[in-house]
Design a protein around this ligand. Structure first.
Ligand SMILES: NC(=O)c1ccc[n+]([C@@H]2O[C@H](COP(=O)([O-])OP(=O)(O)OC[C@H]3O[C@@H](n4cnc5c(N)ncnc54)[C@H](O)[C@@H]3O)[C@@H](O)[C@H]2O)c1
Length: 262
C-alpha cells in the first residue's frame, strides 16, 4: 500500500510510535489522518500539526472505537488503513493482580478486536482495506520482567495472523508491527542498559520509515529490528536452547523491565 491519497486512522497517535507514524503518513501524502488517543489534548495537537483530526478515544471501550470509525468515515469516507497501535506495559509476573491483567488485555488485545470489528464489514463489502496492528518483538519472543506484556503481545500477533488467514481472500491486508526497543514514553528510563537497550534503542522516526516500507511491500511481519528475525528462527529451530539463552538474559536483567525481549 502506498500512503498517498489514503484515509488513515492511528490509535495511540498522541505519542511515541503512533505520533511518528501519523507524521510520516502525512509526509507520504495521506489524504486524511485521524489521530485517536486517550490523551485527547495530545491527539489534537499532533492532528493540528499534520492537518488531520484529533479525537479522545479509549480503545478499550468498544462503543468509543465504533464511534471513532463512524466519525472518521462520515468526515472523510471509507478508512483505507487502520493502525491499531495504542498499548501499555505492566511489569511483573503471575502475581500481577487480575484487574491489571484485565486492563492490559483490554488495551493490548481487545482494542485490536474492536478495531477489526468496526472496520471489517465495510472493508469486506468494498473488497479492500488494510489493518496494521502494533504488537511487539515481545509477541514473537518474550518480555523479560513482564508476563502480562509478553502474553498480551503474543495474543495480538495471533489475532493478526488469524485475520490475515481468514480475510485475505476478501481483499483484507494485515501487517503486524513487532519492534524491539523504541525511544518513547514507554521505554523512558530504560535507556541505561536495561533489557530494552540490549540491541539498541531505535528512534520513532526510523521505525516509521520501516513501517512505510513494510506497507509498500504489504509484508505481514514488519520487523524494524532485523535481528528479531534471527531470534525467531533460533526459537523455532531449538526451543530449549532458546529458553536457556532467555534464562541467561533474565539473570542478567531480572527485576528490570524493558520493552522487548529476545
Ligand atoms: N516503545 C517501544 O520500545 C515499543 C516496542 C515494541 C512495541 N511497542 C508498542 O508500540 C505501541 C505504542 O507504544 P509507544 O512506545 O509509542 O508508547 P507511548 O506510551 O509513547 O504511546 C502509547 C500511546 O497509547 C495511548 N493509549 C494508552 N492506552 C490507551 C487507551 N486505552 N486508549 C487510547 N489510547 C491509549 C497513550 O495515551 C499513548 O499516547 C504500543 O502498542 C507498544 O506496546 C513499543
Amino acid at each position: 500500500m502506498q500512503l498517498a491519497g489514503k484515509h488513515v486512522v492511528v490509535t495511540g497517535g498522541a505519542s511515541g510510535i503512533g505520533r511518528a507514524m501519523a507524521r510520516r503518513f502525512a509526509a507520504e501524502g495521506a489524504r486524511a489522518i485521524v489521530v485517536a488517543d486517550l490523551d485527547e489534548g495530545g491527539a489534537k495537537s499532533v492532528a493540528s500539526e499534520i492537518g488531520g483530526s484529533g479525537l479522545g478515544v479509549d480503545v478499550t471501550d468498544e462503543a468509543q472505537v465504533q464511534a471513532l470509525v463512524a466519525s472518521a468515515e462520515r468526515e472523510s469516507g471509507p478508512i483505507d488503513l487502520l493502525c491499531s497501535n495504542a498499548g501499555i506495559a505492566i511489569a511483573g509476573g503471575v502475581e500481577v493482580p487480575d484487574a491489571e491483567w484485565t486492563r492490559i488485555w483490554n488495551v493490548n488485545l481487545m482494542s485490536h478486536v474492536y478495531g477489526a470489528r468496526a472496520v471489517l464489514p465495510g472493508m469486506i463489502e468494498r473488497g479492500e482495506g488494510y489493518l496494521l496492528n502494533t504488537a511487539s518483538a515481545a509477541g514473537l519472543l518474550s518480555q523479560i520482567g513482564s508476563a502480562p506484556y509478553a502474553v498480551t503481545k503474543h495474543a495480538a500477533v495471533a489475532l493478526a495472523e488469524w485475520l490475515s488467514i481468514t480475510h485475505g481472500h476478501q481483499g483484507i491486508k494485515v501487517s503486524v508491527l513487532c519492534p524491539q526497543a523504541v525511544r518513547t514514553a514507554m521505554t523512558a528510563g530504560s535507556e541505561g542498559g536495561g533489557v530494552a537497550g540490549v540491541d539498541g534503542m531505535m528512534e520513532p522516526e526510523e521505525l516509521a520509515e520501516c513501517v512505510v516500507q513494510g506497507l509498500a511491500e504489504e509484508r505481514f511481519l514488519i520487523l524494524p529490528h532485523e535481528t528479531v528475525l534471527t531470534y525467531i528462527q533460533r526459537k523455532a529451530g531449538d526451543y530449549d536452547r532458546w529458553l536457556k539463552g532467555m534464562r541467561r538474559l533474565n539473570d542478567q536483567f531480572g527485576g528490570k523491565t524493558g520493552i522487548s525481549g529476545q
